[in-house]
Design a protein around this ligand. Structure first.
Ligand SMILES: Nc1nc2c(ncn2[C@@H]2O[C@H](COP(=O)(O)OP(=O)(O)O)[C@@H](O)[C@H]2O)c(=O)[nH]1
Ligand SMILES: [Mg+2]
Length: 375
């Protein structure tokens, strides 16, 4: 059963928007109408629009947004298909509006929409580029977060402050407002990986941002569930590395190499274990260890590096096969290059490392074409 539609007054006069609120949403069907209503109540004197960016949520979030949009033109939807990602959702939402000022906030009502007006007014004073809804400054609070989560968040905050050159009290916040021209200046350098879009923006503008913070208390989620899991740590690491080296190396390649490193450990662990179990047959042990390490790399890459286009079911089996083929060719190349270099009077280390480097690039490039090809 659908909740009854509410009218938010004479909406024709509410546009064009001077403020766009971009809301990434995944499985937030029950929160969507509540949020629209709350925003409408919070911003009686501002011409706003709200842009939901949905990644084809199974619960029908997009359908719910459309239902509301038919009654209120200030409600809009961007419905993405075959992709996931919080940061990229925010980016595309911001790109899809003409409003000179944009805010980003979660769909789950954890961000207090009642400070939107204060944030908008603060930005309007003209002396800052960015206003952050902050959980840390005096008067702000963490709501009912677990101790572990608070500690993790503080650690990540300390790390990221070094990157952004701007002392933002809460750079991990997903609740902020800025002028669109500031966002556009960050665009060429954005990573758009992971879930920390504010950090990404603040680390990507040509000039350090002038920041103000408006405190609020983080609310507890009432409907739906959190999408954040242990993998966000991985994504965060990828974002940090990309911000440091990304102008030289693509972020996915960094993830691929990190997984590859674990593969070496898996390989040796398997090899040693098999030697314990089966005695001296090195050839067999090495073959099995290679298979195990390659498979472990495949599954880790599928979960981590290619999280946004994860293979499932029959695709997973095909992916495993192509990955093994790609890696076999890579291993042959490795041996050939290393042998060639070694024969031409390079040291053992140089020869071996060159072989490994070429193979890594080969495996990365080929698996991105054959194993995790874009739909
Ligand atoms: N479009 C889109 N939105 C997402 C995705 N992952 C999370 N979100 C939304 O991003 C916001 C923050 O996510 P949430 O799970 O509440 O994170 P938490 O508050 O850190 O637990 C919510 O509005 C989610 O619906 C995604 O992959 N795509
Ligand atoms: Mg949340």
């Amino acid at each position: 059963m659908n909740a009854p539609l509410r009218s938010h007054g004479d909406v024709g006069e509410g546009l064009p928007a001077e403020l766009a609120i971009v809301v990434p949403a995944y499985n937030e069907k029950s929160n969507v109408p509540l949020l629209v209503e709350a925003v409408a109540a919070a911003l009686p004197d501002v011409r706003w629009e709200i842009v939901f960016v949905d990644d084809d949520s199974p619960d029908g979030t997009a359908t719910e947004v459309r239902r509301l949009a038919l009654a209120d033109p200030r409600v809009r939807v961007i419905h993405r298909y075959g992709r996931r990602g919080l940061s990229s959702a925010c980016v595309e939402g911001i790109m899809a509006t003409a409003a000179p000022v944009v805010a980003v906030m979660d769909a789950d009502l954890q961000h207090d929409e009642r400070i939107l007006g204060a944030m908008f007014a603060r930005l309007g004073q003209g002396d800052v580029d960015l206003v952050v809804g902050s959980r840390y400054v005096e008067g702000g609070g963490m709501g009912e977060w677990s101790k572990r989560r608070v500690a993790m968040s503080r650690f990540a905050t300390a790390l990221s402050q070094r990157l952004t050159r701007t002392p933002i009290g809460d750079p991990m916040s997903g609740f902020f407002m800025l002028r669109r021209d500031i966002f556009l200046s960050a665009l060429p350098n954005l990573s758009s990986v992971g879930f920390k879009i504010l950090l990404d923006i603040a680390a990507s503008t040509p000039e350090p941002l002038r920041v103000a913070e408006v405190p609020y208390t983080f609310r507890t989620r009432q409907h739906g569930e959190s999408k954040m899991d242990a993998l966000v740590l991985w994504e965060y690491l990828q974002l940090l590395l990309d911000k440091m080296f990304g102008h030289i190396i693509p972020p996915r390649f960094i993830g691929f190499v990190m997984v590859g490193t674990t593969g070496v450990i898996v390989h040796f662990a398997t090899l040693l274990l098999l030697r314990e179990l089966t005695g001296d047959n090195f050839r067999t042990a090495q073959t099995i260890a290679t298979l195990v390490a390659t498979s472990s790399n495949f599954f880790l890459n599928n979960i981590l590096t290619y999280r946004d286009q994860r293979l499932k079911g029959i695709q997973l089996a095909i992916g495993w096969l192509t990955f093994n083929i790609v890696c076999s060719v890579g291993a042959l190349t490795n041996v050939n290059i290393a042998t060639y270099l070694f024969a031409n009077h390079h040291t053992l280390w140089v020869s071996a490392l060159a072989g490994i480097a070429v193979t890594t690039v080969w495996n990365y490039a080929m698996s991105s074409i054959f194993t995790w090809r874009k739909k």
